[in-house]
Design a protein around this ligand. Structure first.
Ligand code: AMP
Length: 440
């Protein structure tokens, strides 16, 4: 083999260890359980609002993001994992999931359903970003999209899904930041006002902000640069430029948010990084997240996106939350459950019987770890205690003859020999007694 698969001539002792790629994370069981638990809670809440889960491919044609997210955005210009496949098509690991979900909506029977079509998703996203606290190159998002309907109350609804989810996870210290960036009708005047505001001060601006002004002036409101900040005090506000339709829609969003009893702060500088947004934009910030990484999640309305992708008009609104950040800040869930029973074989001759018993107990709904290796029973017992198991089941030749198993309740040392078919009932009796606090 040559090229990619060629093996260097290492001896087994000199092989350098291979580590995970920079900016990625191995989700070890505790963290993965926290993440899947958070997703399950999100899906449950979204489903109580009528959202149904969808999964789209992890890679898409590059054009989807160039057109959908916009080629002036940081995400498309600098952060995409783009590669040609073997037939030369340009593919990209998805950096976000709104454009893919809209594409799936546009090319499937979903678009024949009565709008709005409410969809939820969770999965990995990829951005070539500088890794840091709460910032990865492969990260995970949970999000929802409500597609096919431009009613402003839907904007508040997707925020309510997110808000209820965070409450369910017990996450405090959050604030909802809300803005409207207008639409194709009123935004040009605002854009011009921004250009006029900064025009006399171009020399003071850093290179990146001058570039932003030239390409996509709204993005300068995102700037964290000190020189630019100083010019922000008197910067025009989008709110003052909204046309009647956008102004009315913004009022309706706020009214609905009050009905959901969700507090919010109007934030004139919230423009968000992706080009497809119109009207409502929002982020949820957490007090412990700093600087550019303070958003737990963000979203907004994207009424023209479907047409950009080449499909019929389908207005929509949604949010995406970073699961790494949510899990980092939410109170930790209960630790991993210990096995209820460790089944140990005392001799090699009873291994089959021990495996058979373990399977029988699992079918009865218990969590069983099976220890049928060659080690001594004593070391198996010590290992069983370390797992935090409640009960150890010991099978030796004596037990095999009488078709019994010795069960030992580790918390009290109590020990009984029961018939194999009675083992799960005995474990459950102990578990119930322990829950009642009536074990001696
Ligand atoms: P965005 O699509 O940029 O609005 O991101 C939505 C949410 O995804 C953010 O608020 C973050 O919580 C999360 N997020 C975005 N980029 C990253 C990243 N590189 N690493 C971890 N989380 C991220």
């Amino acid at each position: 083999m040559v090229g990619l698969f060629a093996r260097a001539n290492y001896t087994s002792t000199s092989m350098p260890p291979i580590s995970r790629p920079r900016g990625t994370e191995d989700l070890l069981p505790d963290r993965l359980a926290a993440m899947t638990g958070a997703v399950a809670a999100g899906m449950r809440i979204a489903s109580s609002f009528g959202y149904r889960e969808i999964a789209t491919p992890i890679f898409e044609s590059t054009e989807l993001f160039v057109r959908g997210v916009g080629d002036t955005t940081d995400v498309v210009r600098r952060e995409m994992y783009t590669f040609p496949d073997r037939s030369g098509r340009s593919l990209t690991l998805r950096p976000e999931n709104t454009a893919p979900v809209l594409r799936a909506f546009g090319e499937s029977s979903l678009r024949e359903l009565s709008p709005p079509v409410r969809l939820s998703y969770a999965g990995p996203m990829f951005r070539y970003d500088r890794p840091g606290r709460g910032r990865y190159r492969q990260f995970h998002q949970f999000g929802v999209e409500a597609i096919g309907d431009g009613e402003a109350e839907l904007d508040a609804e997707v925020i309510a899904v997110a808000w209820d989810w965070l409450a369910d996870l017990g996450l405090g210290g959050i604030s909802l930041q809300l803005n409207s960036i207008g639409d194709a009708q009123c935004r040009p005047a605002f854009r011009q006002a921004l250009l006029d505001h900064f025009a006399p001060h171009l020399a003071q601006l850093p290179e990146l902000d001058r570039e932003r002004l030239a390409r996509n002036p709204l993005r300068i409101l995102d700037s964290k640069d000190r020189a630019t900040e100083e010019l922000m005090a008197t910067v025009p506000r989008t709110r003052d430029f909204l046309c009647t339709d956008c102004g009315d829609a913004f009022e309706r969003v706020q009214l609905a948010l009050r009905a959901y009893r969700i507090p919010f702060q109007l934030n004139d500088r919230l423009v968000r990084g992706l080009d497809y947004y119109v009207r409502t934009t929002f982020e949820v910030w957490h007090e412990d997240l700093q600087g550019a990484q303070n958003a737990l999640f963000g979203g907004g309305r994207y009424d023209g996106l479907s047409e950009l992708l080449g499909y019929p008009a389908a207005p929509g609104v949604g949010f995406a939350a970073g699961l790494e950040r949510v899990v980092m800040l939410a109170p930790p869930p209960a630790p991993l459950a210990a096995p209820q029973v460790v089944v140990c074989s005392a001799q090699a001759s009873v291994v089959s019987l021990a495996i058979d018993l373990a399977q029988r107990l699992r079918r009865d709904g218990l969590t069983i770890v099976c220890d049928v290796g060659r080690r001594s029973l004593k070391s198996k017992m010590r290992a069983a205690e370390r797992t935090g198991a409640g009960v150890v089941g010991i099978l030796g030749e004596d037990e095999a003859k009488s078709e019994r198993v010795t069960l030992r309740l580790l918390s009290t040392g109590e020990q009984v020999a029961v018939r194999l078919e009675e083992a799960s009932a005995q474990v459950r009796d102990w578990a119930e007694a322990s829950a009642r606090g009536s074990l001696s």
